[in-house]
Design a protein around this ligand. Sequence first.
Ligand code: MG
Length: 332
Amino acid sequence: MEKIKLGHGAGGDLMKNLVEEIVSSIDLKKTEKGFGLDRLEDAGIVDLGDKKIALTTDSYTVDPLFFPGGDIGTLAVCGTVNDLAVMGAEPLALTLAYIIEEGFPLNDLKRVTDSVNHSSKAVGVPIITGDSKVIEHGKMDKLIVNTAGIGIVKQLVTNHGANPGDKILVSGSVGDHGLALLAKRFDFDTDMASDCAPIWEIVKRALEIGGISAMKDPTRGGLANCLNELAEKSSRAFFVKEKQVPLKEKARSIGEILGIDPLQTASEGRVVMCVKPERADDILETLKKFDEDASVIGHVEKEPKGKVILETVVGGRRFLEPAIGELYPRIC
Ligand code: MG
C-alpha cells in the first residue's frame, strides 16, 4: 500500500500530486461566483457581489521552532497574511490554533505567542479566534501551529494572469528563509537570517501603481516552484536571467556546501510579480524603497507554454525545473 512520505510535504512534484489527489476527491470546491480549490490559488475567493473576501489557511511544522530571523509564531502570521496579500487582498483578521505535544515547555509556548502577538500588531491584523489541543508525549513533535486569514480584495490578482511582454519582478533576495533554517539545523557558523516578514505594505503600494497581472510568494520550493506554477497556470513561457536573480553571497555558499539550489529554497517575505512593461520601472522603484535587492529578473512570452527558461550566468539556457520531492522537510 502506498504511504505518505516526507517529500509529500516539501513543495515539489510529489506534494503537487498529493494535493491534486485530495482536491479531486472534493465535490464542492468553490462558492457560486467566487473561486476555490479548483484553482489552487494562494487563497480562495468568496464573491459577495459588491465585495470579494479572500480566505486562506496554513499549518506550520517548521523545525527548529526558533531560527535566526524569526520563529514558528512569526512564520504563522506572515505566511498567512502573505497568502492573502498576493491575491490583492488586505488582511483583516486571523485565527490561531496550537497543537501541542505533552511536555512542551510553557516558556517556549509563551515565546511563540509573543512572536504571534508582535507580528500581528506589526501588520495591524488581529487574532480574533483560536483553538488549542494537547497530544500525548511522543505522538507528535513539539508544536504545530495553524492560522487562517480573511482579507478584503482590493484588486484581484491571481496565479493565472501573466501575459506575453510582462516583466517578472522579485522583491528581494531569494532562498534566505530556507537556507537560514538549514544553516541553523546543521549548526553552521553564519549570520544568515530568515527573510520572514509581512509583504502586504509592499503589495499595497505596487497595486496602487497598477499593471500587476499575476503575483505569488516564493515559499516552499522557492523561486523555481513559484515561477513554474505561474507559468503553468498562466499557460505562458517565463524567461529568467540568472544573473538578475538577487541572491546573497552567504546564501550561495551555504547552498553550495549543502548541495542545495537556492532557487529551489523557500523565502517567507518576498513576492514575485508579473507586471505590464510600462509599469515595471515604477513598481521596481517602489519595491526598492522596501528592499534595494528588488530586481527585474525576466519577462513573459507565449511559448513554450508552462515552461521556465533560465539563462545561466555563463550564457547557456536550461529549463528551471521545480523540485521533485524531499529536499528538506519541515521548512515552514
Ligand atoms: Mg503562497
